[in-house]
Design a protein around this ligand. Sequence first.
Ligand code: HEM
Length: 466
Amino acid sequence: MMTDKLAQPLAWTEWSSDAATKALLDDLQANILKGHGRDHTANLFLAFDGYDPDAARLALAGLAAAMPSALDQLVDAQAFKATGAPGRGVLCFVLTAAGYAALGLDAAMPAGAAFRAGMKASGGKLADPASGGWDTPFDGTVHAMLLIADTTPEKVDAAAGRWTGLLGFGGVRVLGMERGRALRREVAGERVGIENFGYVDGRSQPLFLAEDVAEEPKANWNPAFPPRQFLVPDPGGQGSESFGSYFVFRKLEQNVKGFKDREEDLADALGLAGDDRERAGALVVGRFEDGTPVVAAGDPQNQPPPNDFGFDADPDGKLCPFRAHIRKTNPRGDTERRFGAPLADERGHIMARRGITYGEREQDPATGEPTDRPTGGVGLLFMAYMADVENQFEFTQAAWANNPNFVAEGLGIDPVIGQGTNPFATPWRDERSGGETADFDFSGFVTLKGGEYFFAPSLGFLRNLA
Ligand code: HEM
């Protein structure tokens, strides 16, 4: 059965000879198994309230007919690699629990408790800012989200206009839109994706396609994950090969000036001079801006950012602090080394991150390096797919990033995304220079502006709504 296949990375190219693989990929939305890779996006947040649910369901079935499947996306990506032809745009559609209810589809609603309660209900657990102060429409009720991704802003605008109109005929109202624009800068001759603080982002991903796993070196870190960590049977699906995925959206604003100034303060406090000053930020993130892991090198290597690294040679968090963002959110075996916890449990918290940056930045045209330092209006549209919101996103945010005692007593919270107060005086130390600080708080530069929990249903479910 297909579900057995989900225990190990899926060989998607076998679709032409394997009917079950084809059935699964035909029925699954794009962007889950692999990121869409487009630099321009629009997230349309939708409501069905006050209208005829039959008309709304019909409009959604029309949308579903135009949505590429996972197989379409993978075939397009393969063609792009071979010929450079960009392929069609990507459309993804996700529903909240309130959205299922508004459509009269309670029987098809996925069972996840956090999903059903919505993100606002988890605010206390996540130490989120009060939802009353969130941006519109997240402060109210959102029923669904349509993600449009394409190669140019013009194509995205055209699709957003078209779908706003077509869904409007069914009484589906657009409550708000978030535009995403990938930031890229040059590293080792390639334009790689960065986030607004200037660091290469999106490099470390769980891989659940056998073809992707085969391309990655894996001497120190195994990037292969079972697809069932990201896919669940769709309760509204049309067959045994119908899968969906829980989807977390968070609009995270970044205070770039605040963060970059604090990096300078940290470099001063550690007594770092010249090129070594770059290491202050690398201790905070766990990688240099160019993606070089700080556990592996004391300065940026200007190489294609590696992901085949672990922390075996740094069991005490001397080279890469335990509280560095990438070590808090993926400890790569710290829980096994320190408490003998099964590695599989730790790896079970990993999600498939599919975020994109938002906001306008000034960039050096030659290198793509951002040259301004905004205090707001820019950030990350954090998006991630997973099989279990509680055990993956919520666990990572609450039990790791926000937990000042993870992975050791008194460490402090994640300096990038940690929320809540940090009760400890947290000194920083740079092993390579011997530089040390006294208590030095590094936090508060990322602010949640709103978000929601969604489910990405199977295409068969959506097409069958008509
Ligand atoms: C504005 C907010 C954020 C910024 C600026 C940020 C930045 C980064 C950067 C620069 C990396 C390193 C690149 C890579 O390894 O792919 C990274 C990795 C990662 N981030 Fe974030 N991130 C943010 C939000 C989040 C959130 C909300 C979560 C989850 C709750 C998260 C989880 C992760 C994970 C799991 C990794 C990969 C770690 C690894 O496998 O080594 N990030 N992030």
